[in-house]
Design a protein around this ligand. Structure first.
Ligand SMILES: CC(C)(COP(=O)(O)OP(=O)(O)OC[C@H]1O[C@@H](n2cnc3c(N)ncnc32)[C@H](O)[C@@H]1OP(=O)(O)O)[C@@H](O)C(=O)NCCC(=O)NCCS
Length: 172
């Protein structure tokens, strides 16, 4: 890694460092959930989940120090599930989601996970594009899975072997 700070040597912006989040971050996480999802997790749900050994979350903070992106995931008995990934609307399309997912897959690999799956709304082109870029493939459909719109969920799965694409740094 070069010493060019938050700007790459070619002038483009580098995503911020990925940090581990815990129960103490639940209030901020719930705020981000409310901005990004129609059915957000509550602060209580997040605090409880992140207090268990099964749910994990990694995040990124913006220049002002506020939480601006996060991904939560389960790792249980060798299998992982991406629960949610979100980047603040004004910061999308800058590679933050890609950097976050790379860090999550690296972390899951270190926890001994060899298969990761997730559910995503059929219409969510941005998320499907992100997951596909990492090698997730569609392995199933849950018809009318989302009660608010009756939309189908696509099940996507990644068989993991070795380090995640683009992953190279330690997570503090
Ligand atoms: C999905 C999400 C996390 C992507 O984050 P992001 O920071 O904008 O994504 P990135 O800039 O890192 O893009 C990485 C890749 O994702 C895909 N992607 C991102 N936005 C896309 C879009 N609007 N359409 C299609 N593909 C897209 C592309 O493959 C992109 O790679 P590329 O830039 O080389 O083409 C973001 O759109 C988001 O927060 N959405 C709302 C919450 C949500 O729906 N989460 C998913 C729940 S399952």
């Amino acid at each position: 890694m070069s010493g060019c700070g938050r700007t790459r040597c070619d002038g483009t912006e580098r995503p911020p460092a990925v940090v581990r989040l815990g129960p103490g971050d639940a209030a901020e996480l719930a705020g981000l959930e409310r901005v990004c999802f129609s059915h957000p997790w509550s602060e209580e749900q997040l605090a409880y989940g992140l207090g268990t050994s099964a749910l994990h979350a990694l995040g990124m903070r913006g220049a002002d120090g506020a939480l601006a992106a996060y991904c939560s995931f389960y790792c249980v008995a060798g299998e992982g599930e991406i629960v949610n990934i979100a980047v603040l609307p004004g910061l999308r399309g800058r590679g933050w989601g890609r950097a976050l997912l790379a860090a999550v897959l690296q972390s899951a690999t270190e926890m001994g996970i060899d298969r990761m799956f997730l559910e995503v709304r059929r219409s969510n082109e941005a998320a499907i594009g992100l997951y596909t870029a990492f090698g997730f493939v569609r392995t199933g459909i849950r018809p009318r899975y989302y009660p608010d719109t009756n939309e189908d969920a696509l099940v996507m799965t990644l068989a993991m072997s070795g380090p995640a694409p683009g992953s190279s740094h330690e997570i503090p």
